[in-house]
Design a protein around this ligand. Sequence first.
Ligand code: MSP
Length: 525
Amino acid sequence: MAEPKPFYITTPIYYVNDAPHIGHAYTTLACDVLARFKRLDGYKVKFLTGTDEHGQKVEKAAADAGVPPQEFVDKVSANFRHLAEVMGFTNTDFIRTTDPDHNKAVEELWRVLKEKDEIYLGNYAGWYSVRDEAFYGEGELTDGEGGKKLAPTGAEVEWVEEPSYFFRLSNWRERLLEHYEKHPDFVQPQSRMNEVKSFVKGEGEGALRDLSVSRTSFKWGVPVPDDPDHVMYVWIDALTNYLTATGYPDMEGAEFKAFWPADLHMVGKDILRFHTVYWPAFLMAAGIEVPKRVFAHGWWTNEGEKISKSIGNVIDPFELIETYSLDPVRFFLLREVPFGKDGDFSHGALIGRMNSELANDLGNLAQRALSMIHKNCDAKMPEHGEFTDADNNLLDTAANLITMLRAEMDNQAFHDALEAIWVVIRMANKYVDDQAPWALKKTDPPRMATVLYTLAETIRHIAILLQPFMPGSMAQMLDQLAVPEDARDFAHLGVDHALKPGTPLPKPEGVFPRFVEEEGEERAK
Ligand code: MSP
């Protein structure tokens, strides 16, 4: 058998100063769904997530909590591991930037850049936002209340003047633009690519400036090799995590060889510049291959309002799962909003999708078909006769779904992938109504058996394909069809692996109950 193809996908590593919220859950969920999809499609997947534990923001949060930074990050990093467990994430790696291995990797990258004269010592004088951990040019700022200056993200900036090492980013302008030209899919969606190009070209904000990559005014970071008065800028530290996880600096090791360059960095739109300008420039300068693709997704608002700690409307993923259970939450987040666009979270919309698409469309389809089989076919997979055009039409459409889904998933178009599956679910529901197997029971039992078999085979396809999105519920559905666990990957789609007539089936139970809101219920905000 051929070696499985490697696929390396990463989430941003999360700042530990905030408790896990819907934004964290969303980025990693998208990665998890793609990771599961690729695994079912025969790939060997490396899926990295973790926590970003250095920098001024975290140092400050630890001080506010009155504990030493290391103690603080040990405690809060665990919350993100917990989120991964509760969300059912199948990450293969969880990195912490305070891991000794990681420090070694960052130091090595720094040394290589220094040796190649890509880093030099100078003085920084300019604006910095601790919340964003980012430097801003004067032209990017707006005036806030009380004479304060604000970054485009709305975060306050402060004036910083200190000795600093700089990375010669300005030297990489042409090489970056060339890279974008040669790899038009490097940044997706396309609108984000345009944004990045315009930044690198210097449209609007002036020329691409060298980047300050060390700080001297605080201590919580990786010390600069041979100059410990400086700690590295948290982003050079953080971005390197993607390399650390592949065994860097050992570039001859099996892990590095198999998985670098990464196939996909999934990020939110706010951290686009770091991943598509600074990161490829660092890598090119160090002589390391650039990742294949960066996808920037949009942001969620809550019932129409921007989500913020100060407004107090942060959505807690743990509470959502408690209220609605895991799979509907996973489904909703990727179904509701075209991936890449901003979206609005509302309880009403989640309940609406749960009841119409999960309970009515998919749940009913499975429940109707399986209970009829249970009652009328002796609780065994029915024997089918000759298939009619209507049967073949449904069976072929279900079998062809995988081709379409591969393309959608490779474009991170999760919503389109789900819509394609729902087209078949709706088609199957119409087929039940048209064929009316309950009437055939009296008039033509063998035809009824063929119709029920056609439905079962269609549901098998749907359930296999939906596993990455709703793993628990689809496992239940496949159990009810008595599909063996080792026959649930994409290699088992198609007629060669069709359900075996005569197989005993367990008593069917509804997989997606309707969600009924209790009157006066206090909702998780
Ligand atoms: N630590 C950096 C990433 C370093 S990667 C080398 C960071 N961390 S973060 O915790 O602030 O953000 C993590 C992710 O959560 C980002 O991709 C961000 O876009 C996402 N979200 C935060 N709030 C969000 C929403 N309201 N909606 C959707 N995603 C958002 O940035």
